[in-house]
Write a protein that binds this ligand. Structure first.
Ligand code: ATP
Ligand code: MG
Length: 333
């Protein structure tokens, strides 16, 4: 017998700030998990953001885009930093991110928030390019469809968040989502105004399963939800188009204030790699293994500074490198 094992081609974009530190943890963990589960990953490293501006003058060099398009999935850490803050608009690090998202047509942004004890909140945003003020029917339908499909794969509950009692544009949002709901009779659809949702998220997070909302509301609610998870350092995200490679990246930014100090939390990055395995690469066992390792280091009481609370029993503050050693040990077990 000849077993042909095709490696998954990953376009790896470490970016700036803490990006390279956390990316190295994620790729090591991915390789180790793959070895246990019979999956191989091939990494194609490219530049994006500030690092790319310094090397080539562009935040998204053509070579990076070509590699991304030829890949099975894009794994991105974070971009930006103080150094480039004063650069002219066209050569700002964020431009690289916006451009790669639009070039790959990654219009849906999935943000699961894993609350201790596996509670999950997920928000699908519209692409940043489309304004929050104007909703176009097919665009709303497109994002809502991603959300209904996500709900179907989970607990069949979807909450649509808008502000239709005050914002006229929200009425179209609600109409379109409600209409599409007829195609998903198995999914329980509820509607909530965004201010109430912000409150309920704190009061009773377990009420939510999948949440669909527009860009601005989604940005605010997912930052709020990050506090349920403990820290921005715990939250992965996926930007997907449905076909073609998706972009998998932590919700947090490049955290230049802590870059190079070995104190960053690598778990959002690792969980982003896990999402990539689940959504794009069809290797759920690798994904399970990565997620289980995160769960287990938390159970073992290991905490990076962002999730460490003084006086909390059976926990210990560790550096990024020590946490990573433990993650790798568990992934390889
Ligand atoms: P962006 O505009 O790219 O979203 P931001 O301005 O929101 O960036 P972040 O880079 O996300 O900022 O950082 C916000 C704060 O959270 C910073 O104090 C940073 O140090 C902290 N932080 C972000 N990510 C992590 C992480 N992985 N581990 C520890 N702390 C983090
Ligand atoms: Mg931010």
């Amino acid at each position: 017998h000849v077993i042909v094992c095709k490696a998954h081609k990953i376009c790896v974009l470490p970016g700036d700030g803490i990006g390279p530190e956390i990316m190295s943890v994620a790729t090591k963990a991915l390789t180790a998990a793959g070895q246990k589960e019979g999956e191989e990953f091939e990494y194609m490293y490219e530049l994006i953001g500030g690092a790319a501006i310094d090397a080539t003058g562009s935040p998204l060099p053509d070579k990076t885009l070509a590699t991304a398009k030829a890949s099975d999935a894009v794994l991105l850490a974070a971009i930006g930093g103080y150094k480039w803050d004063s650069y002219p608009n066209e050569i700002r690090p964020e431009k690289g991110l916006l451009k790669i998202r639009s070039e790959l047509n990654a219009f849906a942004n999935l943000r699961p928030a894993i609350v201790p004890k596996q509670e999950v909140f997920s928000s699908c945003q519209k692409n940043r390019r489309t304004s929050d003020v104007i909703f176009i029917e097919w665009l709303v339908e497109r994002i809502a469809r991603v959300a209904f499909e996500a709900a179907r794969k989970r607990n069949k509950r979807l909450c649509s968040v808008e502000k239709s009692n005050v914002l006229e544009v929200s009425q179209l949002w609600k109409e379109v989502v409600t209409k599409l709901g007829k195609d998903y009779p198995d999914v329980e659809l509820t509607h909530m105004y965004v201010d109430n949702a912000a409150m309920q998220l704190v009061r009773n997070p377990k009420y939510f399963d999948v949440v669909v909302t527009s860009n601005l509301f989604g940005d605010i609610l997912s930052d709020e939800a990050s506090m349920l998870a403990g820290s921005l350092g715990m939250l992965p995200s996926a930007s997907i188009s449905g076909d073609g490679p998706g972009i998998y990246e932590p919700v947090h930014g490049s955290a230049p204030d802590i870059a190079g100090q070995d104190i960053a939390n690598p778990m959002a990055m690792m969980l982003s790699a896990a999402m990539m395995c689940r959504y794009d690469l069809d290797c759920p066992k690798v994904s399970d293994r990565l997620e289980a390792a995160v769960s287990q280091v938390l159970d073992e009481g290991l905490r990076t500074g962002d999730i460490f609370k003084e006086g909390y029993p059976n926990t210990r503050k560790v550096k990024c490198s020590e946490l990573s050693e433990h993650l790798l040990r568990i992934v390889s077990a």
